[in-house]
Structures are given as structure tokens and as C-alpha cells.
Ligand binder design. Structure first.
Ligand SMILES: C[S@@+](CC[C@H](N)C(=O)[O-])C[C@H]1O[C@@H](n2cnc3c(N)ncnc32)[C@H](O)[C@@H]1O
Length: 505
């Protein structure tokens, strides 16, 4: 329902807010945008909507500040996501200390700092970091919302902001009563605040190589993908080589940037800028999808683990669904060379003609492959042909080309399980899920592994999430990676395993 603007005016506002603030409003949120416009036009009284829109489009600072205050989400608190903070204290700070030993100077940025809890938290951790005595260390907090920054500069907080702050940290870093907590001067002296728009050209903010680590958590999730890409490019340019980037849990660099290594420690994921001599990789361009032309993959040879589970479940699923679990397909091998040959190899593997599949593959030396999609196909054929070591090598090549390939991590998980490395398999599934939380197959894999380990509650959790995700799973990914099962058969497998784990599908 339109309150303040006509449809075409609302569209102008949506475009201007995306261009000026990076904020993306989809159709379901247009009413919020309209309500904010109505409020502003009401306060401005005689300014016509068209004139006001012109000001917003031109980037009038007063109007952008008003919109930033009303349209951004400022939710934050001290010591948010302790795993990130432990990784910061135990991995990032020591690494940067070693890297900056000559200068004895460290710079950190909290980009989208809201009311300041995040940069103050970093300063508190830095106060406790060993080896920093005598170093020049500072944290800069920037945000587009001037009202939030005013609260940040005041440094006074209520109980809600300290909901994850230990009694010890409260005593050390805050003073005041039990209703209002003020950050102690020693911490405040390390932190500065600036009103900055991450979306605007701003050479003074993005000085090349300036920062040792940047926290940009829970900010890019509100941006359109192309805006995220631009902001992350600036972040990359302003980090020192080997500098670190932390994003929020719902944010990844998959399809956004290939300039970072993905790091995993302390049960969390973060990024490290590639070194000066390392090239960016292809993950910059777009999230990788399994090649659409791939034919269904065979159920794998009998072996413990996932392939076995799939095979063993096959008869049950066939009985439940009243038919064959995998769609029928027959192929005649095409002439050697080209992606069709890989597709044909997959099809041969599906028919359990592994020797033929491998013979086709042998015509294409692995080293010659530079296409992550072709390599992923090869990995899948090798895995289903009973060559997990070869599959793992192919996955490693995919990941060298595109470190953020969720699919390669998933196939790697299957290989690790085949090698009886359950921990490694789970780890790889978690990489895949971090990179693409909508990916159903690693969830299903984790569920089946938990089931086999007798962890019924965990199995129920993973299987029900897999079931929910399967409905929206990418069709080509089901074809390539679904172990020869159709989407429906995989869903039925999930339900059957859920029931076996004592759950309600
Ligand atoms: C949810 S808060 C995140 C706070 C903190 N980083 C955390 O994770 O706890 C998001 C912040 O991003 C800021 N923001 C949104 N768009 C921005 C932009 N274009 N430039 C600078 N800050 C922006 C918002 O004003 C808001 O304060």
C-alpha cells in the first residue's frame, strides 16, 4: 500500500537508495521505504516529492543521513560471535604482529560499526594481546548512520549491549552503575569514529594497504551483489598483503571476490588477503554451479560410507517410491576431447562402466585442465569410479582455481569419508555449507554420517534441514552430485533416514 509516493516515485527512491547507500529493498520491503518517505515528506511540509527525490538522487548529505538512520539495521552488541573474536586474538593478532614487526604499528577497521560495540570489543581484545607493549595500535569505526555514531562516541551502554560480556570483562573495561556502563578511557583512547559511506568513493578511508584486519560483519547482507563486490574490492585494496577480513555469518565472498583465502579456525570462517605474489582466482566472478549438461551420476561402487549408504538405501527408496531411484540414461561415448567427453564419462560411470569412464578421462590430462567445472565433473567421475584419491586430486585442483567452490568441498567430503577420515569429511561439509547455506547435499551427508555414528539427535537435525533445502536445490547440482538420485528420491531417502533416527519427516 502506497502511503507517500506514487509507484514510479517509489521506484526512483529504491534506485537512489541502492546507488547512494548500497541498500537493497526487494518488493516485499517497499512499504517500509514508502513509510520512511512519507515521514520525511511530512516533516518537510511543502517540498514536493519530486524535488525531495532529486535531492536524494544527488546525494544530499542531510537526506542521506536521514535515510541511513531510518533504513539501516543497527543491531549489535559487545563480544558478538565469540568464535570470530577468539580467531582474531589467537590467529590474526599474532600473524599481524609478526608481519608488522618493523613498524610496530597495527591498524584495524570496523566498517559498519553501528553504535560502536564492535570496535570497542576489538580494542578490549587488543589490550589483552601479548607482545603489543610499546606498539602504536588503533581501531577505526565507521558508519553511515550519524545517530549511531553519536552513541558510539558517548561510549555509554545499557545491559542489553553487554548481554555477551563476561563479568570479568565488565569489571575490566567498563565503569558505572549496573544500569549504565561506560567504556573505560584506556579503551576509548584506542578507538576513533567517523561518518563514512562504504558505498561512496572515499580514498581517505580506503588508503592502500592501510589495515591489518577489517571487520565488516552484518553489513554487506543488506547490499545488492554488485555493491558488495565494489565494497569488497575496496576492502581488498586497503588491506595489507596477508591482512584479514571478517564477515557476518550470513555473508560469504563466494561469487564476490577471488582475492582472499578462506580460513577456518575456532569454529568460524574468515578471509585472508592473498599475498603480493599470488593471483586472484576465479571465485571473483560468480558462484559456481554444477554444469547444467551433466548427466545423472551413478550410485558409487560398494564401499563403506556415503556411497554404501546411498546404495543400501536405494532398494528401500525404490520400494517406497515404487520405482527406480535414478532416472534411466544411456549414452554412447562421443569422440575424445571436449566437455561432452566428460559428460559421457559420467554417464559411463552411472552405468558402472568404470574402466570405460576412466579410459575416456585418461585422454584429458588432469594438469591440462584449467576449467573448474570440467575438473569438478572429473572429480565426480573419479569418485564414482572408485578412485577417491584421483577425485581428491581433482578437487584440490578445483579449489586451487576457485577456493570458494562449495561443490568441490562437498566432493572432497565424500573422498575424505571414503578414506575413513570422518572428521575431515565433516570439516569439508562445513566448508561447503558455509560457502552455500542452501546446499542440501552436505547437510544430507552430515545427517547420514551422524546416523551411522549413532548420533540420532544430530542426525535428525541435519536430515530435517537437508529435507527443507532439497526442495529448492539447484537441479544441475542434484544431477551432478546427487549420487544418481532424483530430487524426489533424495527427499524420500531423507524422510526414511529421519524416521529411522526417530524423527518426524
Ligand atoms: C547490523 S549493523 C552491524 C554492526 C556490527 N558490524 C556488528 O556486526 O555487530 C549494520 C551497520 O551497517 C551500517 N551501514 C549500512 N550501510 C552502510 C553504508 N553504506 N556505509 C556505512 N555503513 C553502513 C548500518 O548503519 C549499521 O550500523
Amino acid at each position: 500500500m502506497t502511503l507517500g509516493l506514487r509507484g514510479d516515485e517509489l521506484e526512483r527512491l529504491r534506485v537512489a537508495v541502492a546507488a547512494r547507500l548500497g541498500l537493497h529493498f526487494d518488493d516485499t520491503k517497499l512499504d517500509d521505504l514508502d513509510a520512511v518517505a512519507a515521514k520525511r515528506l511530512g516533516a518537510l511540509r511543502h517540498v514536493p516529492a519530486g524535488v525531495w527525490l532529486g535531492r536524494v538522487e544527488a546525494g544530499d548529505p542531510e537526506e542521506l543521513a536521514f535515510l541511513a538512520e531510518r533504513l539501516t539495521v543497527g543491531e549489535t552488541y559487545f563480544f558478538r560471535n565469540g568464535n570470530d573474536l577468539r580467531a582474531f586474538a589467537e590467529v590474526v593478532v599474532p600473524a599481524r604482529l609478526a608481519a608488522r614487526d618493523g613498524e610496530r604499528r597495527l591498524r584495524f577497521l570496523s566498517a559498519g560499526c553501528s553504535s560502536g560495540e564492535e570496535p570497542y570489543t576489538l580494542a578490549m581484545l587488543l589490550q589483552d594481546a601479548p607482545g603489543l607493549a610499546g606498539w602504536d595500535v588503533s581501531v577505526r569505526g565507521v558508519d553511515v548512520n550519524p545517530a549511531a555514531l553519536e552513541r558510539a562516541r558517548a561510549g555509554r551502554y545499557g545491559e542489553w549491549s553487554l548481554r555477551q560480556t563476561s563479568a570479568e570483562a565488565r569489571a575490566r573495561f567498563f565503569e558505572g552503575t549496573d544500569r549504565e556502563f561506560t567504556v573505560r578511557p584506556a579503551v576509548r583512547a584506542m578507538v576513533s569514529f567517523d561518518q563514512r559511506n562504504l558505498v561512496a568513493e572515499d580514498p581517505a578511508l580506503w588508503t592502500p594497504g592501510a589495515y591489518d584486519a577489517i571487520f565488516c560483519r552484518n553489513v554487506t547482507m543488506y547490499f545488492a551483489p554488485e555493491v558488495s563486490r565494489r565494497v569488497v574490492d575496496r576492502i581488498a585494496a586497503s588491506l595489507a598483503p596477508g591482512g584479514f577480513l571478517f564477515l557476518g555469518h550470513a555473508e560469504t565472498l563466494r561469487g564476490v571476490s577471488g582475492r582472499f583465502h578462506l580460513r577456518h579456525s575456532h569454529d568460524t570462517f574468515y578471509y585472508q588477503l592473498r599475498g603480493a605474489g599470488e593471483d586472484a582466482v576465479s571465485g571473483a566472478v560468480a558462484p559456481r554451479r554444477a554444469p547444467a549438461a551433466a548427466p545423472p551420476l551413478a550410485a558409487a561402487p560398494a564401499d563403506p560410507g556415503w556411497p554404501e549408504a546411498i546404495r543400501a538405501a536405494s532398494a528401500r527408496v525404490a520400494a517406497i517410491t515404487g520405482g527406480a531411484s535414478a532416472p534411466g540414461h544411456s549414452a554412447t561415448p562421443p569422440p575424445p576431447g571436449g566437455p561432452l567427453q566428460l559428460a559421457a564419462a559420467l554417464d559411463l560411470a552411472r552405468q558402472e562402466r568404470y574402466a570405460d569412464a576412466l579410459a575416456l578421462l585418461a585422454a584429458r590430462p588432469l594438469e591440462a585442465e584449467t576449467d573448474p567445472d570440467a575438473l569438478l565433473l572429473r572429480a565426480v567421475v573419479l569418485a564414482s569410479s572408485g578412485d577417491p584419491a584421483g577425485a581428491e586430486a581433482a578437487c584440490a585442483r578445483v579449489l586451487a582455481l576457485d577456493e570458494l567452490s562449495a561443490e568441490a568441498h562437498y566432493v572432497m567430503a565424500l573422498c575424505r569419508e571414503h578414506a575413513r577420515d570422518a572428521e575431515g569429511a565433516r570439516n569439508q561439509d562445513h566448508y561447503a555449507l558455509y560457502l552455500d547455506p542452501t546446499f542440501a547435499l552436505p547437510r544430507l551427508h552430515l545427517g547420514l554420517m551422524a546416523q551411522r555414528a549413532g548420533e540420532r539427535e544430530k542426525a535428525r537435525g541435519e536430515l530435517s534441514r537437508a529435507l527443507a533445502l532439497l526442495a529448492g536445490e539447484d537441479a544441475s547440482r542434484v544431477l551432478l552430485l546427487g549420487g544418481g538420485f532424483s530430487r524426489d528420491a533424495l527427499a524420500e531417502l531423507c524422510r526414511a533416514e529421519l524416521r529411522a533416527a526417530g524423527g518426524e519427516p
